[in-house]
Design a protein around this ligand. Structure first.
Ligand code: NAD
Length: 246
């Protein structure tokens, strides 16, 4: 389904990014695994991609640093020959209530989660324009749609990603570059594993399907969006949240 396609997934050494990388590889894509610090984990994902039959490269770059990102795109394109798919997945949280939130906590989240999407999209778009085709999927969050106490920085960044998705979808449509977003709700990760039973029940009470999502729930929709089956979909944000935000 994605045979011979070349993909770059940011923040792919663990969590949702890792699962997306493996899902794309399982459908035939070659995958570049971007990471911020954990080289060993990124190499492990690369070995898993190769185990699925794809080519893999690991590349360290801070997604918010334009010169590092430009170099990353150059390297991936040189290694794979083209770049067909970008998944802007890297993200962080620095939660705090508004009156306690430090300027630095606000800036860090906006830089990684919003500016990072801008920097990577811009760098990759140059290459996709030359190829006259491309698919970009941004990982937003339902928090960017409905807000969440303690996450003013994160909600602002993710709402920004949704607006950025719509604008770039309109700007790049004539170049045959399709841009969409996914907005996950509560997804099981190392973080949710450490929640107490009471906290889990509180979460479940907000979800009509009464269960948490998995990284695979997100990766499956991303894989669909970058496939030919989704060739008439652009500018959309698909909620993957068990019906939490309608
Ligand atoms: P995670 O912390 O496990 O993974 C995030 C990855 O991004 C890590 O590998 C990290 O090293 C990388 N990263 C962070 N800053 C970076 C930078 N500057 N440059 C490059 N890489 C960087 O988190 P996750 O739960 O897998 O989240 C993945 C994405 O999904 C994020 O954008 C997150 O906001 C979004 N999301 C997650 C959930 C959830 O419930 N887990 C819900 C909604 C949205």
């Amino acid at each position: 389904m994605l045979d011979g396609k070349n993909a770059l997934v940011t923040g792919a050494s663990r969590g949702i990014g890792r699962t997306i990388a493996l899902e794309l590889a399982s459908k035939g894509a070659n995958v570049a695994i971007n990471y911020a610090g954990n080289e060993e984990k990124a190499k492990e994902v690369a070995r898993e991609v190769e185990g699925l039959g794809g080519k893999a490269v690991t590349i360290r770059a801070d997604v918010a640093d334009e010169s590092e990102v430009k170099e990353m795109i150059k390297q991936v394109t040189k290694e794979f020959g083209s770049l067909d798919i970008l998944i802007n997945n890297a993200g962080i949280t620095r939660d705090n209530l508004l009156m306690r939130m430090k300027e630095d906590e606000f800036d860090q989240v906006i830089n990684t989660n919003l500016k990072g999407v801008f920097v990577c999209t811009k760098a990759v778009t140059r290459q996709m324009m030359k190829q006259k085709a491309g698919k970009i999927v941004n990982v937003a969050s339902v928090v960017g749609v409905s807000g969440n106490p303690g996450q003013a920085n994160y909600a602002a960044a993710k709402a920004g990603v949704i607006g950025f998705t719509k604008t770039t979808a309109k700007e790049l449509a004539s170049r045959n570059i399709l841009v969409n977003a996914v907005a996950p709700g509560f997804i099981t990760t190392d973080m949710t594993d450490s929640l107490t039973e009471d906290q889990k029940q509180e979460m479940l009470a907000m979800i009509p399907l009464n269960r948490l999502g998995t990284p695979e729930s997100v990766a499956n929709v991303v894989r669909f969006l970058v496939s030919e089956e989704a060739d008439y979909i652009t500018g959309q944000t698909i909620h993957i949240d068990g019906g939490m935000v309608m």
